[in-house]
Design a protein around this ligand. Structure first.
Ligand code: S3P
Length: 190
């Protein structure tokens, strides 16, 4: 039997979306939120891989990053105009905020949360990662420093909530997100 959620939320049919750099905890926090709220978890990377029938490194290698970004835009637009039957938690790819139209779509789609995590924590959490094309580089710290400076403003623009999550455990992050989501949706007009 599936246990009753600890924190059921009335999100007015809208999702809660997690954004942030690779390794910031979108998937882990997404799972904790899903368990807490009873809302199903979707992952934009996984949906794209399934749609295209190829893993992300292969999409990057064969069609290029720009093509992958266009797939992300198409998916966000689809989710906005075809809401899932029950509202979900959506974990996104770290670069989804790069396109201006995606930032706009993320703000319209639901309650968007930026998990802001220090570069040293990102390095630790991605140390064993082999499936991220942008991390196929000897100097991962330099990659994260560049991505952080390029994207920081974009995450801020896309997200309704900026959460400094470097030193928070997963459950504390999930509780914070639920409380803020409750406040956000109480004032939300469709
Ligand atoms: C990317 C992040 C990845 C994935 C792709 C590109 C990025 O997702 O979408 O490898 O540009 O930061 P995660 O953030 O889930 O690792």
């Amino acid at each position: 039997m599936v246990p009753a959620p600890i924190h059921p939320l009335d999100t007015k049919g809208r999702p809660i979306i997690l954004v942030g750099l690779m390794g910031c905890g979108k998937t882990t926090v997404g799972k904790a939120l899903s368990k807490r709220t009873g809302m199903p978890l979707l992952d934009t990377d996984a949906i794209i891989e399934e749609q295209i029938g190829k893993p992300i490194p292969q999409i990057f290698a064969e069609q290029g990053e720009a093509h992958f970004r266009a797939l992300e835009t198409a998916l966000l637009r689809y989710l906005l105009y075809n809401p899932t039957p029950s509202p979900s938690i959506i974990s996104t790819g770290g670069g989804i905020v790069v396109r201006p139209e995606n930032r706009e779509l993320l703000r319209k789609l639901g309650f968007t949360v930026w998990l802001n995590v220090s570069i040293s924590a990102l390095l630790t959490r991605t140390a064993k990662s082999t499936n991220r094309p942008l991390l196929q580089n000897a100097d991962r710290r330099a990659v994260f420093e560049r991505l952080d400076s390029e994207r920081r403003e974009f995450y801020k623009q896309a997200a309704h909530l900026w959460l400094e999550a470097s030193r928070m455990d997963v459950n504390t992050v999930a509780v914070n997100v639920c409380n803020e989501a409750e406040r956000f949706f109480a004032a939300f007009r469709n």
